[in-house]
Design a protein around this ligand. Structure first.
Ligand code: HEM
Length: 295
């Protein structure tokens, strides 16, 4: 027991020191953090992401081929011919597009209705809010990519970095637009003018997500530094070294939360670890994340 407490104490002391701000880590500190994991995404979030991503790819593959009138054509002739070959007829392709769209909208609505309180509200209020560090992140990232700024000089980021937040906002607005315009076009709801406006907005919303998806996939799946984020969209977890270096504010919140939990538990056994008890941010954090009012 004594040995376990002193090991815990060592870990807490290290965390407590690191909580004072992102700084250059020693080799040993990196090794310790690299061997610990943190939960980043729940099963609901991971499932929604991949259902959303697969639906988007299917919708974009078919949608671009459906735009074949000369004044609307976007994809090259060979691509449209290939898609015609796969589906046989244009009408089959359109029906497939509508069926995937209905499936996609249903999944989003189910997530929105049942996950509103636990997932969606938290994502909007906690993960997407923008502060000064987010605004400063864009020029800093450009310098970082050019090799002129290290991780430790970058503005500290929360659960998502500013680039990811910006893309998430584009996806959110486009999704709402598509969920409204899709049924208008598919089921011919309203006058010809309304349907024409719906077509235009449908196209603009799709293109804004399409333009960003290349950067999103490159940064999330191919960029070596972000590799742990990619695996987090499968396992739900990231290693703490990545969290510390790339999402310091989020790492800090989770550490404060963990430490407060430990402190409460240890207190019940009459054990006091002063460094644990110094982590007082949990109330702000809970009030912020879970809407718990301080009494
Ligand atoms: C092969 C395709 C894709 C891959 C590999 C991929 C990968 C990822 C990963 C790894 C994350 C988590 C980032 C983190 O936790 O730090 C993420 C988040 C996210 N993805 Fe994807 N994604 C793909 C397709 C898409 C598509 C098609 C969309 C939307 C149309 C999308 C929208 C989002 C959004 C909104 C988030 C949350 C915030 C953000 O990172 O922007 N993803 N994705």
């Amino acid at each position: 027991m004594g040995q376990r407490i002193s090991k815990l104490n060592d870990d807490i002391a290290l965390d407590h020191d690191l909580l004072k701000g992102p700084r250059h880590l020693t080799f040993d500190e990196k090794r310790i953090l690299a061997n610990r994991v943190m939960k980043k995404h729940g099963v609901g979030g991971v499932t929604l992401h991949w259902v959303n991503a697969i639906s988007w790819f299917l919708l974009i593959f078919t949608g671009t081929a459906l735009l074949s009138a000369s004044y609307l054509q976007f994809a090259p002739d060979w691509y449209i011919n290939m898609m015609d070959g796969i589906f046989g007829t244009r009408s089959a392709m359109l029906h497939f597009h509508i069926a995937v769209g209905v499936f996609w909208v249903t999944t989003l609505l189910l997530y929105g209705i049942f996950g509103y309180k636990n997932y969606l509200l938290d994502f909007i209020k906690h993960d997407l809010t923008i502060d000064k560090d987010d605004i400063n992140w864009f020029p800093a990232k450009a310098k970082n990519l050019a090799g002129k700024l290290s991780h430790y000089q970058m503005p500290a980021q929360g659960t998502y970095n500013a680039g990811q937040k910006a893309y998430a906002v584009v996806v959110a607005f486009s999704t709402v637009t598509l969920v409204i315009t899709g049924p208008i076009m598919a089921f011919h709801i309203g006058s010809t003018t309304i349907i024409q406006w719906a077509m235009m907005l449908h196209f603009v919303a799709t293109m804004s997500v399409f333009a960003g998806v290349f950067v999103h996939v490159y940064m999330a799946a191919l960029f070596p530094e972000e590799r742990p984020a990619f695996f987090s969209m499968i396992t739900g977890k990231v290693n703490e070294l990545y969290a510390y270096l790339h999402h310091y504010k989020w790492w800090k919140e989770i550490k404060n939360e963990e430490h407060m939990f430990f402190a409460e538990e240890l207190k019940k056994d009459g054990i006091h670890l002063p460094e644990l008890e110094q982590c007082k941010n949990i109330k702000d954090h809970q009030a912020h994340v879970y809407n718990i009012e301080e009494k």
